[in-house]
Design a protein around this ligand. Structure first.
Ligand code: UDX
Length: 466
C-alpha cells in the first residue's frame, strides 16, 4: 500500500475560511470524514469539490483514490494549495487504467466492484484519527458493508442528475415487478414519468448491453437505502420537480449541495496559450467543444464534426483527447485537455458542444453558456433532454445515443443557429441560460439553498450522534 499525504492540488481550490470549524470540544461532530469516489473523472471532480466544502467544517477530510488517480490529480494541479486538513491517500492500481476505461467499460465496472474494497479497507485501518463518517460514491455498494463492519455512518454521493436518480428507481421497480417490455419505444411509462417530465427511462436504454448495465447500476446504487443520507451534486431549484418526487418517495434525507464544481477560480490564472487565444477573440464568439473525459467517437463521425465546424466559420476551441487534428488559429484551436470551467467562464465563449455528462452540464449552467447536445452514453440522453426541453438552453445535434452519424450539414446548421447572437431563438436560450446562472449563484451564495443544505446535512448528522 502507498500512502501519500497532502499532495498538491491547484490554486483554484482555496482552503476557505475556517471560522465555522467545528471544535473538538463541541458535542459530537463528525471529526474525520473519509470520501471514496468512483474512479472516473466525472466522479472524482465533484468528490474533490465536496472535500473542499467540508474541510472548513470538520477537523480532517481524507479522500481515497487509486495511485493512477493520485498522479492525474497531481499533474492537473501542480501547486501545493490543499487545505492542511485535507489529505489524499492512495490504493494500488488494482483496476484497468483510466486511459482504457472507455474501451471496455463492463470489465472496468466489474473490477471496481470486486477489487477496490479490500485495499480501501487497509487504508481505513491505518487512518489516525479514525474515521467517523464515510461519504462514498453512489455506485460503490461495498461502501455500505465497510461502514457497517466499522459501525460508522455511510453517506451516498449521487453524481448524476436527480432526474436520473428517480428514473433508475422507477426502472428497478418495473423490472422487479417483471414489467419491462421487450421494446421500449412508445411505452409512455418509460418515456416521461408523470410530474417529472425530464425523467426519461427509455433514454437510458438504447440497446441490450446498456440494459445489462442499467440492471447492474440500479442494483448497485440501491445501497443508498441503508445510508445515513444522500448528497447530490445538483442544486434545489435546478430540478425541483424531480427533487419533490424523490423526497416524497423516500424517507432518507436528500441534500442537493451543488453545483459541486471547482467554482472558486482565482482571479489571475496561470498564463496558458489557449486562454491567451481566447483573450484575443470577440465576446461570445467561440464555440467550446468537448465530448467528455473517457468515451471516443468514430473516425467518420469525428470527420463530419470537424468539417461541419470548419464550414460553419464559427471559431472553436476543441478538446480532442486522443486524436491529433491540425487547424490554423484563424479557424480554431484543438487541444488534448484544458481547464474546462475556466474556458466556459471566459467571456469569448458563447456556446458549448457537449456530450452532456452531468458535470459538464452543471459547469455550463454555472457559466450561463447555451449548449449543442451530443449525448454518447448512459445519463447523457436524459441530460440532453433537460437542457433542450426543460430548461430551453440548448439545441440537439444528436437525437439518440445510437450508432447514427451526424452529417456535417447538420453540424453547420446547429452551430450557426446557436452562435448567431441576432437569432431570436438563440437570444431566448441565452436569456434563460443567464437566468439559470443567476439561480446557480444564489444557491451557492451565503444563505443559499446549497449552503443551507450542507449545513443541515452536517447538523442532522451531529444530532444523530448525540
Ligand atoms: C461520466 C459520465 O459520462 C457522465 O454522464 C456522468 O454524469 C458522470 O460520469 P464524463 O464523461 O467524465 O462523466 O463527463 P462529465 O460528467 O462532464 O465530467 C467531465 C469532467 O472533466 C468535467 O468536470 C470537466 O470539467 C472535466 N474536463 C473535461 C476538463 O477539466 N477538461 C477537459 O478538457 C475536459
Amino acid at each position: 500500500m502507498h500512502i501519500n499525504c497532502c499532495p498538491c492540488i491547484s490554486g483554484e481550490m482555496d482552503s476557505g475560511d475556517r471560522s465555522d470549524l467545528i471544535s473538538p470540544t463541541t458535542s459530537s461532530p463528525p471529526s474525520h470524514i473519509v470520501t471514496i469516489p468512483f474512479p472516473g473523472r466525472g466522479h472524482i471532480n465533484p468528490m474533490l469539490s465536496l472535500c473542499l466544502l467540508l474541510s472548513p467544517k470538520t477537523l480532517t477530510v481524507t479522500i481515497i483514490v487509486t495511485e493512477e488517480w493520485l498522479n492525474i490529480i497531481n499533474s492537473d494541479h501542480p501547486s501545493p494549495s490543499l487545505p492542511s486538513n485535507l489529505q489524499i491517500r492512495s490504493i494500488p492500481n488494482v483496476l484497468p487504467s483510466e486511459r482504457t476505461r472507455g474501451s471496455n467499460y463492463t470489465e472496468f465496472f466489474n473490477s471496481v466492484m470486486s477489487k477496490m474494497a479490500d485495499p480501501v479497507q487497509r487504508v481505513l485501518d491505518e487512518l489516525n484519527p479514525p474515521v467517523d463518517v464515510v461519504i462514498g460514491d453512489a455506485l460503490l455498494p461495498w461502501v455500505a458493508g465497510i461502514c457497517e463492519k466499522r459501525n460508522v455512518s455511510a453517506v451516498s454521493l449521487w453524481t448524476e442528475s436527480a432526474s436520473s436518480f428517480y428514473a433508475l428507481y422507477k426502472f428497478d421497480q418495473l423490472d422487479a415487478a417483471g414489467g419491462l417490455p421487450e421494446d421500449f419505444s412508445g411505452v409512455e411509462e418509460l418515456t416521461y414519468l408523470q410530474d417529472v417530465s425530464s425523467t426519461h427511462i427509455a433514454g437510458l436504454l438504447p440497446n441490450a448491453t446498456t440494459l445489462d448495465l442499467l440492471r447492474a447500476m440500479s442494483r448497485d446504487y440501491y445501497w443508498f437505502h441503508t445510508a445515513h443520507s444522500v448528497l447530490t451534486t445538483s442544486f434545489d431549484n435546478l430540478e425541483s420537480s424531480a427533487m419533490t418526487k424523490i423526497r416524497s418517495d423516500f424517507s432518507i434525507p436528500i441534500y442537493p449541495i451543488g453545483p459541486l464544481i471547482p467554482h472558486r477560480l482565482p482571479p489571475s490564472p496561470p498564463p496558458s496559450p489557449y486562454l491567451q487565444w481566447l483573450d484575443s477573440q470577440p465576446e461570445s464568439s467561440v464555440l467550446y467543444v468537448s465530448l467528455g473525459s473517457f468515451l471516443s467517437i468514430s473516425d467518420s463521425q469525428l470527420e463530419e464534426i470537424a468539417m461541419g465546424l470548419m464550414e460553419s466559420k464559427v471559431k472553436f476551441l476543441w478538446v480532442l483527447r486522443d486524436k491529433p487534428l491540425c487547424v490554423d488559429e484563424d479557424t480554431g484551436l484543438v487541444l488534448p485537455w484544458c481547464h474546462q470551467l475556466r474556458v466556459l467562464c471566459h467571456s469569448s465563449v458563447g456556446g458549448f458542444l457537449t456530450h452532456c455528462g452531468w458535470n459538464s452540464t452543471l459547469e455550463a449552467v454555472f457559466a450561463g453558456v447555451p449548449m449543442i447536445t451530443y449525448p454518447l452514453f448512459w445519463d447523457q440522453q436524459p441530460n440532453s433532454k433537460l437542457v433542450v426541453e426543460d430548461w430551453g438552453i440548448g439545441v440537439r445535434l444528436k437525437e439518440y445515443h445510437g450508432e447514427e452519424i451526424v452529417r456535417k450539414e447538420l453540424v453547420v446548421k446547429k452551430v450557426r443557429k446557436l452562435m448567431d447572437l441576432g437569432d431570436e431563438e438563440s437570444k431566448g436560450m441565452r436569456e434563460r441560460a443567464a437566468r439559470l446562472k443567476e439561480m446557480c449563484g444564489e444557491a451557492l451564495g451565503v444563505g443559499g439553498s446549497s449552503q443551507q443544505n450542507l449545513d443541515d446535512f452536517l447538523k442532522q448528522f451531529i444530532s444523530r450522534k448525540v
